[in-house]
Design a protein. Sequence first.
Length: 213
Amino acid sequence: MRAIVFVNGIVTDYTALARWVAPDDYLICADGGTAHCLAIGRRPDVIIGDMDSVDPQTLAQLQADGVILERHPRRKDMTDLELALDRALRDGATDILILGALGGRLDQTLANILILAQRVWPVPVRLAEGDQIAEVLRGGESITLSGPPGSVVSLVPLSPEVTGIIYEGLEYALSDATLCLGSTRAISNAVKESPATISIRTGLALIVQTTAR
């Protein structure tokens, strides 16, 4: 089961957002992310959070329609997004996609992106925005890129060093390269031929790619 988690970020293109959501996805809204789910004509399965960003009448109507509300106190140690991810795992998600997580406050945007690297998640956890998707690559892992030839792909180091970086099928090759935190050397590469892959030996890296859907 794939779970979609809607977050209370800024969405400027609901048509693009809707393309990420399939009819059988399990829909979880992190508090104000409810508005994004409703804006694409879908009803959430679960709304979770302190409920400070959703109209009370909307909540009451959704609850009457069978939507599960999981309320938490405003003073808590976890963000609504983190609560939503844990709920998705408890409910049996085998794949999680985060939508509506960017824009607005810079601290929240960064936290929403970096939550991908917060722990070793037991299932794939990705974040999508427009036609881009981001996921974390850990030492000893590889990723096959889903974008077509010409699509943009970037690697952003999240650990002090990322070693043993190997690109296959990308325009600008890397072979057993090492990049340090803050390096921009691996920004804006491009898929040369499919399938293209990225692998690393040690460290933690954020991979952002443009996809074809």
